[in-house]
Write a new protein. Structure first.
Length: 244
């Protein structure tokens, strides 16, 4: 436990010392929130009487998760491997489980801060409504984080350098956030784009959070999809993890 807490605290301080990553994780969703809040959050008949922001904000929460899980985690771990940090840690009693768990906790801390700031600003400044089913929304948030972070760890395990991780992560991240509904609603997309989005885990993450937030039936299939993705990606991550 001491090794875990020490490693987690060290990784958190290192992340704080790199403000660009934190600004990217926290700033982009806030910018989208402000850009799409000009018309307020009044009920929209086309959305089933739900406010536009109530529909959009779950996508912004997924954006926080995706940015941390796909753009920060893989690059950070691949950089450690490239710089020999993981090789030196291998010579210590530190186990891979402790190392990866510490990164998960740091990612969750940043995610909680990002989600908290986004929701607080939305409620205080733009009349964002709280989730209708907060417990299910929280479950969906945790399942979304587990699946996307597991994908990030898998990516970190199969690439050799930070630059490669950054390129591959960007190739996954940008199509995912544009096709899943994280940046604009899927109902305005063409049938072809919506079909492509059906293959992306972030699409199900947004659906899993959006439904309980807006009072619609809990999408158990979406949550199950996220759970399967998390389990499969975690198994692959464990098998592909390399110290050097």
């Amino acid at each position: 436990m001491h090794a875990f807490t020490t490693t987690t605290w060290t990784e958190l301080k290192l992340l704080i010392r790199e403000p660009a990553a934190a600004i990217f994780v926290l700033g982009l969703p806030l910018l989208l929130l402000m850009m799409n809040s000009t018309h307020g959050n009044d009920p929209v008949p086309e959305l089933g009487g739900v406010g536009a922001l109530d529909t959009l904000v779950p996508g912004y929460l997924a954006l926080v998760i995706a940015t941390m899980g796909l753009m920060v985690l893989p690059v950070h771990l691949a950089g450690y491997r490239e710089q020999g940090v993981l090789r030196r840690q291998r010579a210590t009693p530190l186990s891979p489980t402790v190392l990866l768990a510490s990164h998960v906790v740091v990612a969750m801390i940043v995610t909680v801060v990002g989600v908290g700031v986004l929701v607080a600003v939305g409620m205080a400044a733009f009349d964002l409504n709280p989730p209708t089913h907060p417990v299910w929304t929280l479950v969906a948030l945790l399942m979304s984080a587990a699946s996307i972070y597991a994908l990030g760890f898998f990516l970190a395990g199969v690439v050799r350098t930070a630059r490669t991780a950054q390129a591959v992560a960007a190739g996954l991240y940008f199509p995912m956030i544009f096709l899943s509904g994280a940046t604009w609603p899927r109902h305005v997309m063409s049938d072809t784009l919506r079909t492509l989005g059906d293959f992306l885990p972030l699409t199900y993450a947004i659906e899993a959070m959006q439904h309980p937030w807006t009072g619609r039936p809990i999408p158990l299939m979406a949550i199950a999809f996220l759970a399967v993705t998390a389990i499969v990606a975690a198994i692959l991550s464990a098998r592909t993890f390399r110290w050097e």
